[in-house]
Design a protein around this ligand. Structure first.
Ligand SMILES: [Zn+2]
Length: 258
């Protein structure tokens, strides 16, 4: 911890103080939390995933419905990275903070389930999940573990075990609404928290990007840990423009050991 510059160190200490004092802290996480685990940002350009295809087109509900093979060709490398990914030090530190009652709930824009793999309990998945798939015909929901291996390794398109129709991963594609229950829950948490900790999100994707504003409007404190500036940095109590995997364990350490 001594290796941080003085300014960073004091921001870490201030963030830890806010976490210690809060009664209901809520976490909001995005792609930047999982990039150290080897998962590229699902929605941003320059990750290699979008090298050949236009994201709005290929990662859309329309493409899934009209050209499933095109969709699954695009989806396979991403699925492979998620399938093989492990939580990083920040995921584990955040899960520990939750376990000890310092964080009440985890709102995430990520679909990789790395929070859960690290031991987090109360996770609200705003953009869906890779853990399940749903039949596009009979709506039967199936565990991804039944299909993901064969899809990632052999390219076999997942099909419903009941009716044989193509299964859609339960991740939110362009052109799809957020899962309603998750969105309502996230808004409720944003409005009732006294501290919101944003980690690894540039807050560019609506409506999730509006959640910190809802928290601030009700008097909550705001901490932002992200390696790029966000629109709301100016209103945050503490800003750490750094990699989450380096900073979050240091904040957690400070919360537990002073
Ligand atoms: Zn089916």
């Amino acid at each position: 911890m001594n290796s941080f510059p003085a300014r960073t160190q004091s921001a870490i200490e201030f963030a830890a103080d806010l976490l210690r004092q809060s009664k209901h802290a809520v976490l909001l996480t995005g792609a930047g939390l999982s990039t150290p685990s080897g998962i590229p940002d699902f929605r941003s350009t320059g990750t290699g995933l979008w090298a050949k295809d236009e994201p709005l087109e290929v990662a859309s509900l329309t493409t899934f419905r009209t050209a499933p093979q095109v969709f699954f060709n695009w989806f396979r490398p991403l699925a492979s990275q998620i399938y093989n990914a492990q939580p990083n030090a920040a995921h584990f530190a955040l899960a520990r903070l939750e376990r000890c009652g310092r964080i009440q709930s985890v709102i995430t824009q990520n679909v990789d389930a790395l929070h859960q793999k690290a031991g987090a309990q109360n996770v609200i998945e705003l953009h869906g999940t890779m853990q399940t798939l749903t039949c596009s015909q009979c709506y039967h929901r199936e565990d991804a573990s039944l299909h993901l291996g064969a899809f990632v390794e052999e390219g076999r398109i997942p099909r419903c075990t009941r009716c044989g129709q193509v299964l859609k991963p339960d991740v939110i594609l362009f052109g799809e609404q957020l899962p309603q229950a998750a969105w309502f829950k996230a808004q409720r948490e944003a409005r009732r928290c006294d501290l919101m900790l944003v980690v690894g999100s540039s807050l560019e994707v609506l409506p999730a990007a509006g959640l910190p504003m809802q928290a601030l409007d009700r008097g909550a404190h705001l901490i932002i840990v992200n390696n790029a500036p966000t629109y709301i940095n100016i209103r945050a109590d503490a800003v750490l423009t750094e990699d989450a995997a380096a900073i979050i364990p240091a904040i957690a350490e400070k919360v537990f050991n002073g």
